[in-house]
Design a protein around this ligand. Structure first.
Ligand code: UGA
Length: 441
């Protein structure tokens, strides 16, 4: 099938490559010329495991190409929208300008599909009501809208796209059009559906809400365990043992109960804010008042770490050198949007003598940015050398594997704050380190 994917960022680039991998003829469209040039050569513009191979293979096979020209979407049967919906700085609402611009730019090129039906499938995370308004805007072109939210996680994006937990189709109201649109998407996703992936069919509003409520739930789960970490700290208990025990209850589940310096990234923080704004617009703002607390807890965990670092360094705080391990918002990604680790590095850089940051993938991105308030190390050893305190902010495997005895020989003072509860406390203590986790005795 001929498919277009509008927006080639973390979502769209992976989706375009994955659709080509399924055998479709795909054109990815983005307004960013540099990104399109890189992708056209089969080069991933960001770090995502598995994506370079997928791009290379499908670009070479001629099934996948990228362009800045919207007219190249003409004749495609399905157009996926995967542009960003960032947060508006003042209100916290979702900024729909990229979605709006994409729809406007697509309109003159719709209505040329030879397959008899043309579908716009929205994947971006949008406020409930957006699909309906897009459907009205494109009605005169004959194209139909389906809302088909994406649940991929960065770091696992390729796997999550090709082997998702579930597929959600928000379909138009007219039953006849709905069934035709559904069949078309089923054809696009045939191998995934044949593999037994649950495919859930619903209306636009529910599909839009499935996406944002899933992210709100995940954020709530993280803030819940971080609140428990604060209680554990005060009571002398251990949050990792607590999470392990409550997580064995199937109704609760162990995943997403890792206490630490909080959630970041391009999705959870902005989504919980946009969701609150939309609920207020709908006159049910009180229903989501708890998300304000979820956001607040997420901020306070970072304040807790600042307090711990001050306490551990005592009078030496302002003259200290702090090594921050990790700058990305999570491992296996170079994405630093709303990164708790980077936020802490910036904070400490204002208050202590020097900060050095090391991140295997985000490090080179940082270095390219220049003008930083801290140093960026090439290696872990370079970061550790001469440090008064080490803060683990992103739980990359290479950091989890650091030998505490080797590290002890490099630092000035053996103090480690494990901001992700990812290290073996006993090994670090045995090597003579003062170890502090989050909510861990
Ligand atoms: C999130 C959702 O998990 C995806 O399902 C969704 O599709 C995506 O947003 C999106 O809307 O596009 P992602 O932003 O890639 O995915 O990251 P997560 O794996 O959810 O992690 C978010 C943050 O929570 C990270 O900073 C991570 O370190 C933190 N986290 C996660 C914790 O602090 N504790 C945990 O137990 C889990």
């Amino acid at each position: 099938m001929r498919i277009s994917v509008i927006g080639c960022g973390y979502l769209g680039a992976v989706h375009a490559a994955a659709m080509a991998e399924l055998g479709h003829e795909v054109v990815g469209v983005d307004v960013d010329r540099a990104k399109v040039e890189a992708l056209s050569q089969g080069i991933a513009p960001f770090y995502e495991p598995g994506l370079p191979q997928l791009l290379e293979r499908n670009v070479a096979a001629g099934r996948l190409r990228f362009t800045t020209h919207y007219e190249e979407i003409r004749g495609c049967s399905v157009h996926f929208i995967g542009v960003g919906t960032p947060q508006m700085s003042q209100s916290g609402a979702a900024d729909l300008r990229f979605v709006d611009a994409a729809v406007e730019a697509m309109i003159p090129h719709l209505g040329f599909s030879e397959s008899g039906i043309e579908v716009i499938a929205g994947k971006s995370t949008v406020p409930v009501g957006t699909a309906q308004s897009i459907a009205q805007r494109v009605a005169s072109t004959g194209a139909f809208v389906v809302w088909n939210p994406e649940f991929l996680r960065e770091g696992f994006a390729v796997k999550d796209t090709l082997e998702p937990d579930r597929m959600v189709y928000g379909l138009p109201e007219d039953p006849e059009i709905a069934i035709r649109a559904q069949r078309l998407l089923d054809e696009v996703y045939e191998p995934i559906i044949d593999a037994g992936t649950p495919r859930l069919v619903m209306d636009y509003a529910t599909a839009e809400l499935v996406k944002i409520s899933a992210n709100a739930f995940l954020a709530t789960k993280i803030s819940f365990i971080n609140a428990m970490a604060q209680i554990c700290d005060a009571a002398g208990a251990d949050v990792t043992a607590l999470a392990g025990a409550i997580g064995l209850d199937e109704r609760i589940g162990r995943r997403f109960l890792r206490a630490g310096i909080g959630f970041g990234g391009g999705c959870l923080p902005k989504d919980i804010r946009a969701f609150q704004v939309r609920a207020q617009e709908l006159g049910v703002g009180d229903s989501l008042a708890f998300l304000r607390e979820v956001d607040r807890v997420n901020d306070t965990v970072r304040l807790g770490v600042i307090h711990t670092v001050r306490e551990l360094l005592g009078a030496d705080y302002s003259s200290a050198r702090i090594a921050v391990l990790g700058a990305a918002f999570k491992p296996d990604s170079d994405d630093m949007r709303n990164s708790p680790s980077l936020d802490l590095a910036r904070h400490f850089a204002q208050e202590v003598a020097s900060v050095i940051v090391m991140d295997p993938e985000a490090g080179p991105v940082l270095r390219a940015q220049g003008e930083l308030p801290f140093e960026v190390a090439q290696t872990i050893d370079e970061a550790l050398t001469g440090a008064d305190l080490v803060l683990l902010g992103t739980e990359w495997a290479v950091f989890r594997q650091i030998d505490p005895t080797h590290a002890a020989a490099l630092v000035k003072r053996k103090i480690i704050v494990d901001g992700r509860n990812a290290l073996r406390a006993t090994s670090w203590k045995a090597a003579g380190w003062t170890y502090r986790g989050i909510g861990r005795r």
